[in-house]
Design a binder for this molecule. Sequence first.
Ligand SMILES: Cc1ncc(COP(=O)(O)O)c(C=O)c1O
Length: 373
Amino acid sequence: MTEEFSLSISDTSGIISPGLVLFREIMESNLDEMTRQAGDVNRLRPHCKTHKMPEVIKILLGRGITKHKCATFAEAEMLAECGVKDICLAYNLVGPNVDRAIQFRRAYPDVTFIVTADHAVPLQQLSEAAVAAGEDIEVLIDLDTGQHRTGIEYGGGAVELYQLMGDLPGIIPGGIHLYDGQNHQTDLQERTDAVHECWQQANALKSDVEALGLTVPRVVAGGTGSFPIYASLGDPVVEVSPGTNIFFDSNYGRMFPDLKYIPAMRILSRVISCPSNGRVTFDLGYKACASDPPAGSRVVIPEISDADAVLQNEEHLVVKTDGHAGFTPGDEILAIPAHVCPTSALHKSVYVIENGEVVDQWEITARDRKIRI
Ligand SMILES: Cc1ncc(COP(=O)(O)O)c(C=O)c1O
């Protein structure tokens, strides 16, 4: 599919490397595909952690996507400043974040602000803070459907916790949140079966608490690999929350061959040295690309099919290739990050490419942990 889009940039002389370049046409095509898979923009609640950019939020709003998800207060603030009126901060609040939630409610009173919880203690703290401030806060129960990262299990007290949400003053039960990052099965049928199992747990919790007279206005579920399956359930309470698909990356490309997304964000890097031993060295250290994938597989370099990344330091990537003699310092590549979300957080801005030209630079505002709140 990449062949449909040109990756050439007519003039790269102003691009400081290592620099993030965003191919706007590819991003728009990924957004078309996301909307197609969701079936309805009203079912979408995309996660902004992948891009963290106001300009991208404005594009999503322009496409009629009004519900948004985030993981930090900086992201929530960025969303609110862009005019988003429905924000879910899917991160359990502890410590100063309890008060930040109150501050956020006060700063943006016309925004529907929803947070998550999976334990009675922070929930009680949030209730006390909300009551003291004269505010109400909507909370989603964070359901652990098998990732075992956060959340409470269906059979492990989820019904009781949801009931507590209904009882506590200042807390409005807002529904269920589930992120199934464990559903990375490459085989689509296996992934579909696993997603259906997660959905059954959410549905069982929903039925149980509804039988107690509580409401479940929404179930926020899924990431890039699973959201099309949740969307195809056709249940009106479902809101799907993919993040990575907007830019996509080489890890997800390998993991999810059924998906039609294309890596839209690349790292422009230049050769800085051609040392001995069949090596070429790029200015692409791990301060420019996410280093959570293992060393040796943090980027894919389409221009060098036999690239073997033998060493990466803070500002250097050393690659072995049979074609080493063909490289000269200053030569450029467009590397695909293996994990794009933490990669974008390492850069202050991206160069935006349209029709092969650098047309703009967009700030990655929410890479900071704090803006004002
Ligand atoms: C809570 C939560 N929701 C949604 C997403 C988006 O998932 P993906 O990156 O697979 O699109 C993530 C990703 O880490 C997440 O942690």
